[in-house]
Design a protein around this ligand. Sequence first.
Ligand code: G1P
Length: 897
Amino acid sequence: MKNNWKFIDDKATFILEQPEKTSHLYFPLVNEKLMMSSITPDLHGDIKIDHNHFLSPPVSIFDLHNSRASRNFFIRVDGKLFAANGSTNRIENKDETQLEAGILWHKLIRKNQDFGLKIEVTNFVPQIDKFIELMKVSITNISDDSKTIMSTVSIPLYGRSADSIRDHRHVTSLLNTTEIEEYGIKLKPTLSFDELGHLENDIEYVVLASDQNDKSPQYYYTDIDSFIGEGGNLDYPLDLISLSNAKKLGDQTVNGKESIAGLVFEEVDLKPQEIKDYYIVISIGEKISIKDLQKKYANQNAFNHYFEDNIKYWSKKLDPLSIKTSDSRYDNWMRWVSLQPILRRLMGNSFLPYHDYGRGGRGWRDLWQDALGLLLLESEDIADDLYSFFAGIRMDGSNATIIGANPGEFIADRNNIPRVWMDHGVWPLKTLQVYLENTGNYQFLLKEQTYFKDHLIHRAQKIDQLWDVEQGNFQKDIKNNIYLGTIFEHLLIQHLTAFFNVGEHNNILLEGADWNDGMDMADNNGESVAFTAFYAGNIAQLSEYAKKIKKLGFQSIDLASEFELLIDQISMPIDYDKPQEKQARLKIYFNQISHKIKNKKISIDINDLIIDLENKAKWMFEHLRKNEWISNNSDAWFNGYYDDFGNQVENTDPSNIRMTLTGQVFPIMSGVATEDQIKSITKAANKYLYQKDMGGLRLNTDFGGPQMNLGRAFGFAYGTKENGAMFSHMSVMYANALYERGFIKEGYRILKEIYSHCQDFSKSKMYPGLPEYIGPSGRGYYFYLTGSASWYLFTIVNQVFGIKGKDGNLLLSPKLLKEQFDKNCNAVIHTNFANKKFKVTFINKDQKEYGSYKINKILLNDQEIHFKKTDDNAIIDRTLLTALKDNQIHNLTITLT
Ligand code: G1P
């Protein structure tokens, strides 16, 4: 394999030679305080704390190669400049470079024999309660002669909102005021610019540096014009040759300019093999003391201390979920995938170069997907967060779309065009299911929570004219009390409103879109058959939860009286075959809850509720199997959608095949697809969607250009993003569904192909991890911040290793294939369960294939334990596990025979 990255330890540290020879690479650096940086092989990327506070100019993917404004470090030798990021000799590049990166630090090593120098640049964001990035530059004389070098830190200071990159970029530079202090430069714009009302600005942007002996720079530049000189640029700042514009401490600076921290150190002699280090601190905040920062962070001890601390921090996060299989490269790659849900919790969907949209924050769907990954990584402590998220649900089954900074904080979206994504109702149950199975805490379903209320009613089809902001974002009753309903009621509302909200083909309306954000142009008559199947499976699951509640000793359950309309089977059944009856019933319900609700709860007999839910699920299953299974002479699969004209989207006609993966995934996952149907689907998917050089299955076949009656996705070039790419999230959910339904080899193949593709740098052109999608050329796009990582992790733990909860007990149901066991016939996973840490080792001494082994013996910390056998699985009683010590790794050894 030509120039692929290589792991150099078992903590996922990797090296890559000549990283700058591949475009679009970037790497995240971040801490919990939310200092968020991205960094590239030429030290590009940006540094920010939120949408409105960027220390360096915000970049999207193409700026990484086309803008010169990056972190840099210049060395002047014999009147010539040599740049740490390679900018001074881009064309005749004779530099030898290597990237070394770990979780989460980045080191670029550059050697140039003509200059006789090696420069190592290390960057990371320390895990402290501050907005700081640390950078160390080490220069080694690799020649046989002494060299006189002058070193200069160069970091452009942008100091404002991402909005100003296009809107008033120049005007906002006029607000810049800079100061030189010993060691560094401070940029503090006078105002934070906003046409709606300018505010006085308190935020400062600072870069400081000192050498290994605490020496401060000799000269300073605070504005880019002076630094680059007339006719110069940031790649080769001409003034560094003459220093004619350089300032000294105490000199007056020029305000109203694009700013820079240009920190020039006194010339020094470097003997052969001698090393000289410089420590750089980059910070954002109020009233920053440069002196204090320098003392605390700009020296070897501090740098090493925080560097080690950072490594330990991430190890502590990721060790509890690591694996050891036959392929150590895969195990290390998985460590990067495991990091991804945490990165998205921190950075949302907005703050890396491909993710150049949005203003921070995450969407509803992502909130729950991330929680799924975090449940595995950050244990059951996430229960409070899950509970708080339910406060985002409206009584019409839709939900708030603007999610505040704190868990459970939802904000009315008064400016944007109202939109409802019809899939939003399914995700909370899917995530909660994992929590409930892992803990057995079904009482959680009976906890009471508020509902979200704003001006949008009837699933954003109407405006509540009586509502205004002062009333707050809580659903109230007519007595003005904030209404509280159980979590179970919240789930019922999400699913039953969907059940009734059907189009003319009796599938749930597509509304603003479903999981596929690009299916957004069929909001009158479009239907998502795919998600109708998902809702059907969930409604069946809700009837199981009703049974659990009954088991807790409840004969009835209290619900808002209006809700009786939707549990129609008890006293006022409608004909489910008639979409109009469903819509009419839903309308009555919407009218009743549109402003304030009655101050009345009704008590529903649980048995009646179970019957109602089972009838609904049964009806949906039959409807889908009967009406949406499409076929030609040789192939058959599910239709996934109806467009805005009410036409079936998928087509089995050999001259015009149209197939979507989404349309297949949810019938399989929910149980709607029968075994025979799954066999047929996998055959058709392999035939029509498989693309070897794209790492697996495409999201859809080529629909031949824009579909104005379906969605924007089809305006994207075929093979990109939501139009026919290998979209990791859907592919992984497909694999998950196949595993769930016992199609292990098929599921494994999907997971394996994605990995094989991603780890082949010559094709995927990305660092270790899972991208949002693989495009037509095989390249990976949208690194790090993708929901697919949560699902990948979930599938590995829950399906492949088969470690899951069953009413709070530990269920072991391994689905590992023979080839996944290592040379000692072991497969190992570190995982959390019952808030304890485990190392789970499956031993397959007889090298049996999946399907022919059974769990024979289980040792817990070397003691054989009793377990319950069910089919090929084992259940370990929770009490055995909760009795174990905290903060210790317990060994579970499972012998398969
Ligand atoms: C992105 C969005 C996700 C959406 C998907 C398809 O996927 O974040 O919510 O469902 O596109 O439109 P991601 O980048 O998370 O893989």
